[in-house]
Design a protein around this ligand. Structure first.
Ligand SMILES: Nc1ncnc2c1ncn2[C@@H]1O[C@H](COP(=O)(O)OP(=O)(O)OP(=O)(O)O)[C@@H](O)[C@H]1O
Ligand SMILES: CC(=O)C(=O)O
Ligand SMILES: [K+]
Ligand SMILES: [Mg+2]
Length: 480
């Protein structure tokens, strides 16, 4: 089973109707899912709460903690409904997007859920609907009505999304629904909140503040993930990264806004930028798309997952493959295998620069020192005793073949670290005494067959023990 394949890259799986039962969820976790995504674009608050409870239960049964990521719907601009649920648009015909329309649409016109659209677009703009499958050109704007001609036709159904080629639609980043969904996500202490369509650092700061306020009664502060999926976010990547704990390369909407040919290079750039700023990065959308209906992936999909791994992503994400597909478990199994094979073939010489980097902080120097020493001595494991998880995060920003074990007394930290590449989070008892803690750590490593008698490992901790912050000690141990 792939559960026993050594794998550093993490797997995010979206839950939905196809992954709704406890026993399947338990198997998915045992097979390799590290993070579960609840997509607030679909379903009711109650369903998400029930799913979250089921995830906690399944991970206990599987004996492995997973993180829960709540993905907000965000301000995706959508058409309203149609009389018949859908219409067929033909190339060359006229079609009107009418913000004032209250009645269901037909083949000539449809309402909008975002009333400002007529002010945001100009004649000549290209609008992409249903993830780019339908293309409209703006011919004229008249009051609340945007008159277009159909460039590429097709079936358009209720609530499909609208993007503008080149980006620039100005809907605010957090909707009233998002604010409500944040409260729901905090009620089950989601470990990560993914913000859809942020355009700058302010959007992320606002989302973080709302999460922290909503989570205050549980003293819970989730990690904030910025989904990079609009054109305006690309030139502001640095400031968005600064304000976030990580980013998602959200290739679905991003491709529609910037053009699909631009996305592969952007993916590489975004992964490099995130790692360089000590942030996490998820690569998402259509990674195993054909497995929604087929039991095996295409060659191109295998390459896509492997290439994301080689680019250095922390995690690869599955959407409809696990939420609504026929083969959720098989998909996870395939992804786990592809990741492991790509990692095993990876040449990491180029990333062994951690000995020469300028570091001003003691804790960061200790983290790099552990990597450097472990690499040179051929250690079996790098072990970080960590309260907040920062030491493990810093270590995991460098690519080494030695696994990092992060021991923490906090379950929230354990879950949060589930997404860090090459980090295996473990729970340990708190101990105020350093030598006791070190001895306990070694017992745990031996019990889990991570190290055996004679093996070397590097371990870091902070003194005084039992207090957050201040990793200042590195010890090289030989297992007795
Ligand atoms: N909780 C759910 N309930 C019902 N269907 C779901 C659920 N989650 C996902 N799905 C189905 O799986 C498909 C793909 O999942 P995914 O999370 O990528 O949705 P999406 O609509 O593309 O997301 P977004 O709105 O964020 O762009 C969805 O279009 C939907 O049909
Ligand atoms: C995941 C997502 O939202 C996207 O790819 O657009
Ligand atoms: K979403
Ligand atoms: Mg999206």
């Amino acid at each position: 089973m792939s559960a026993h394949i050594r794998r550093a890259t993490k797997i995010v799986a979206t839950l939905g109707p196809a992954s709704g039962n406890l026993s399947l969820l338990e198997k998915m976790i045992a097979t390799g899912v590290n993070v579960v995504r609840l997509n607030f674009s679909h379903g009711q608050a109650r369903e998400h709460q029930e799913r979250a409870a089921m995830v906690r239960e399944a991970s206990t049964r599987a004996g492995r903690e997973v993180a829960i990521m709540a993905d907000l719907q965000g301000p995706k601009i959508r058409v309203g409904t149609f009389e018949q649920g859908k219409v067929l648009l033909r190339e060359g015909q006229d079609f009107t997007l009418d913000a004032a329309r209250q009645t269901p649409g037909d083949v000539t016109a449809v309402g909008l859920d975002y009333k400002e659209l007529p002010h945001d677009v100009r004649r000549g703009d290209v609008l992409l609907l249903n993830d780019g499958l339908i293309v409209l050109r703006v011919e004229d704007i008249e009051g609340d009505a945007v008159h277009t001609s159909v460039v590429i036709g097709g079936e358009l159904s209720d609530h499909k999304g609208i993007n503008r080629q080149g980006g620039g639609l100005s809907a605010p980043a957090l909707t009233a629904k998002d604010m409500e969904d944040i409260r729901t996500a905090m009620s089950f202490q989601a470990d990560y909140v993914a913000v859809s369509f942020p355009k700058n650092a302010t959007d992320m700061e606002m989302a973080r503040q709302l999460c922290n306020v909503a989570g205050a009664q549980w003293r819970h502060k989730p990690g904030m993930i910025a989904k990079i999926e609009r054109a305006e976010a690309v030139p502001r990547l640095q400031e968005i990264l600064q304000a976030s704990d990580g980013i998602m390369v959200a290739r679905g909407d991003l491709a529609v806004e910037v053009g699909n040919a631009t996305v592969p290079a952007l993916q590489k750039k975004m992964i490099r930028a995130a790692r360089g700023m000590d942030k996490v990065v998820i690569t998402a959308t259509q990674m195993m798309e054909s497995m929604i209906t087929n039991p095996v992936p295409t060659r191109a999909e295998v390459s896509d997952v492997a290439n994301a791994v080689l680019d250095g992503t922390d995690a690869v994400m599955l959407s409809a493959e696990t939420a609504a597909g026929k083969y959720p478990l098989e998909t996870v199994e395939q992804v786990a295998r592809i990741c492991a094979a790509a990692e095993a073939a990876e040449d990491l010489e180029h990333d062994a620069d951690f000995g020469v980097q300028a570091l001003g902080r003691v804790d960061q120097s200790i983290a790099m020192g552990a990597l450097f020493t472990a690499q040179h001595l051929g250690a079996k494991a790098i072990v970080a005793m960590t309260d907040s998880g920062s030491t493990a995060l810093w270590m995991s920003r460098k690519r080494v073949h030695i696994p990092i074990y992060a021991l923490t007394p906090k379950i929230s930290t354990q879950r949060r670290m589930a997404i860090y590449r090459n980090v295996r989070p473990l729970l340990m008892d708190t101990s105020a005494d350093r030598d006791t803690a070190l001895a306990q750590a070694e017992v745990q490593l031996k019990e889990r067959n991570i190290v055996r008698s004679g093996d070397l490992y590097a371990i870091t901790c902070g003194e005084p023990m039992g207090q957050p912050g201040g990793t200042n000690m590195l010890k090289i141990c030989k297992v007795r």
